[in-house]
Design a binder for this molecule. Structure first.
Ligand SMILES: Cc1cc2nc3c(=O)[nH]c(=O)nc-3n(C[C@H](O)[C@H](O)[C@H](O)COP(=O)(O)OP(=O)(O)OC[C@H]3O[C@@H](n4cnc5c(N)ncnc54)[C@H](O)[C@@H]3O)c2cc1C
Length: 468
């Protein structure tokens, strides 16, 4: 956003400061995505997927030994890549004549911000327009004894030099499932503890298939359980006590690492927003914004994870920033369109989606107006190594009335992000079911299975696809 404004002829300064995690982990420029989010996550997911490919390889004729995974080598490679991105961001800001200050910012008044450096030095800056993009940080369960002292979060996991070992991941968010998924894939004994429902904001049938696949492929999934206490044992291991919420029965286990992935807190608390008059939602702590991304103070804007009601995704934050920069420089009046934003959950079996979940479509249009087409399928690549494809599943949620406008697409299978991205364009352009099924597939791919969808849930026919 900031370098974009500078390119458009504005004088711009960017203030970025990383408060170390409670465990002391710190990182460089680029925000959550680059340092402790999408990038290290996807690379570690890839490391885990490679394990599966090594297992497949002998079936395809490769004489490869099943070697154990070395965390330190992977972590070093991932962390080096992240550091190269930090450097790239620095250079980009310089090239675009953006002043970068490594200071922690807070408001003095509606036009003035005070930045405090690591050494305590203060810098006052005033601006015509101020954009808040401070994101969020992982939430700690402060009511659980030992949680803060002994637990880590995703802010630490990607920067560990040594393997986390036997790990308990607490949470049901995509971050929890993704971390549990790649840890399992790397050969670590991994348990994920889910209090209520996994992937709450997502289509719940798909969410169930995601966890069913994980449970069937090595992750221990504890449903309906909540941790109560974490204690350190003499041998450095952690003993976690939890309660089964249905039976009220207590249980305990021993782990090397406890990873809290129970949600994120917006970074608004230390911004002194009240001094500028910027209003927040008292429940979420997020900054209230309008369609222009403006806060309650017209010349102060908020974008990305810190803004109320926005998807917590990198591409939406970037696009919102780019459009805001263009509006502030008077180039366009285009607003960010937050509808039909595609996303992918990078669990071992990836889940890509765009548009409405089945539940949301039914709630919005009524069951009698919604038609859901679905199919189980077997990726060709799974056949030779005889991989289990029980959860490879696609559903397309449409309006029932012809031409059956597509409301949502849900894809569970390999390369879900790559598959979903293309269909997202069609859905954004208002594709109908009729248009999708007249789209010629690319054979043999998993993506072509979307164009082959014919069976509606309403028909009650068997959605298990056979043959090619
Ligand atoms: C584990 C994980 C995996 C993820 N995976 C994906 C994914 O696959 N795809 C995807 O699209 N999204 C993913 N996300 C979400 C994505 O990272 C965020 O949506 C995105 O980074 C939000 O960008 P932002 O600019 O709003 O905030 P951030 O990227 O969080 O940037 C905010 C910056 O502001 C700094 N800051 C905070 N307060 C101050 C202050 N007072 N003064 C100065 N600087 C301050 C912070 O240190 C940080 O550098 C993931 C997130 C996590 C945690």
């Amino acid at each position: 956003m900031d370098s974009r404004s500078a390119q458009l002829g504005k004088k711009v300064a960017v203030l970025d400061y990383v408060e170390p995690s409670p465990r002391g982990t710190r990182w460089g420029l680029g925000g959550t995505c680059v340092n402790v989010g999408c990038i290290p996550k996807k690379l570690m997911h890839q490391a885990a997927l490679l394990g599966g490919m090594i297992r497949d390889a002998p079936h395809y004729g490769w004489r490869v030994a099943q070697a154990p995974h070395d965390w330190a080598t992977m972590a070093d490679a991932v962390q080096n890549h992240v550091k190269s991105l930090n450097w790239g961001h620095r250079v980009q800001l310089q090239d675009r004549k953006v002043k970068y200050l490594n200071v922690k910012a807070s408001f003095v008044d509606a036009h003035t911000v005070c930045g405090v450096s690591k050494g305590g030095e203060e810098t006052l800056l005033s601006a015509e327009h101020i954009v808040i993009a401070t994101g969020g940080r992982p939430r700690y369960p402060t009511h659980i004894e030992g949680a803060l002292e002994y637990g880590i979060t995703s802010d630490d996991l990607f920067w560990l030099k040594e393997s986390p070992g036997k790990t308990l991941v607490v949470g049901a968010s995509y971050v929890a499932l993704e971390c549990a998924g790649f840890l399992t894939g790397l050969g670590l004994d991994t348990t994920v503890m889910i209090r209520s429902v996994p992937l709450r904001a997502f289509d719940q049938q798909m969410a169930s298939l995601v966890t069913e696949h994980m449970a069937g492929h090595g992750t221990r999934v504890l449903r309906g359980c909540a941790p109560e206490r974490v204690e350190k044992l003499p041998g450095q291991q952690l003993r976690v006590t939890w309660v089964d919420l249905a039976s009220d029965r207590k249980d305990a286990g021993t782990f090397d690492t406890v990873l809290w992935a129970i949600g994120r807190v917006p970074e608004t608390a230390s911004l002194n927003l009240e001094k500028a008059g910027v209003r927040t939602n008292p429940v979420t702590g997020k900054i209230l914004v309008d369609a222009q991304e403006a806060t309650s103070i017209r010349h102060i804007y908020a974008i990305g994870d810190v803004a109320e009601g926005r998807p917590e995704l990198t591409p939406t934050a970037i696009m919102a920033g780019r459009l805001l920069a263009q509006r502030l420089s008077g180039r366009t009046s285009d607003l960010m369109d937050y509808s039909s934003v595609p996303t992918t959950v990078f669990t071992p079996l990836e889940y890509g989606c765009v548009g409405l979940s089945e539940e949301a479509a039914v709630a919005r249009h009524g069951e009698e107006h919604v038609e859901v087409y679905h199919a189980f399928y077997k990726p060709l690549e799974f056949t030779v190594p005889q991989r289990d494809a029980s959860q490879c599943y696609i559903k397309m949620v449409c309006l029932r009335e012809p031409p059956q406008l597509v409301l949502g697409l849900h894809f569970l299978g390999p390369n879900a992000g790559e598959v979903t991205q293309g269909f997202a364009l069609g859905i954004k352009c208002g594709a109908s079911f009729q248009q999708v099924i007249r789209t010629v597939g690319i054979h043999p791919t998993c993506a072509e299975e979307v164009a082959k969808l014919r069976i509606s849930k309403r028909s009650g026919l068997d959605p298990t696809v056979t043959g090619c």
